[in-house]
Design a protein around this ligand. Structure first.
Ligand SMILES: [Zn+2]
Length: 91
């Protein structure tokens, strides 16, 4: 029954990478001030297909720090890298 074993290993690999991707998008969206539940929900349907939309939204919601010039979420009050004030914060 070698065929069954191969199918089982392939399925297992898919399940592991799928879980890893869902976990990654959850943590990453939290970190970047995105909505983790919305993105996890979308990712569970679209899997890797959600990635272009996710990365695009992640960039659109960013501002660059006036002090250290690194990117961070618009929603944050101060820069997580240098602690500089976010003067471009959306009101
Ligand atoms: Zn900064």
């Amino acid at each position: 029954m070698e065929f069954i074993a191969v199918v089982a290993i392939v399925l297992l690999a898919i399940v592991i990478s799928y879980s890893y991707f869902i976990f990654w998008i959850y943590k990453d969206s939290q970190k970047y001030g995105e909505d983790p539940l919305a993105w996890t929900f979308l990712a569970s349907f679209l899997f890797i297909g959600v990635l272009p939309f996710y990365l695009n939204s992640r960039t659109n919601n960013k501002v660059s720090c006036s002090r250290c010039e690194k990117w961070f979420p618009k929603l944050l009050k101060e820069c997580p890298h240098c602690g500089g004030k976010n003067d471009q914060r959306a009101k």
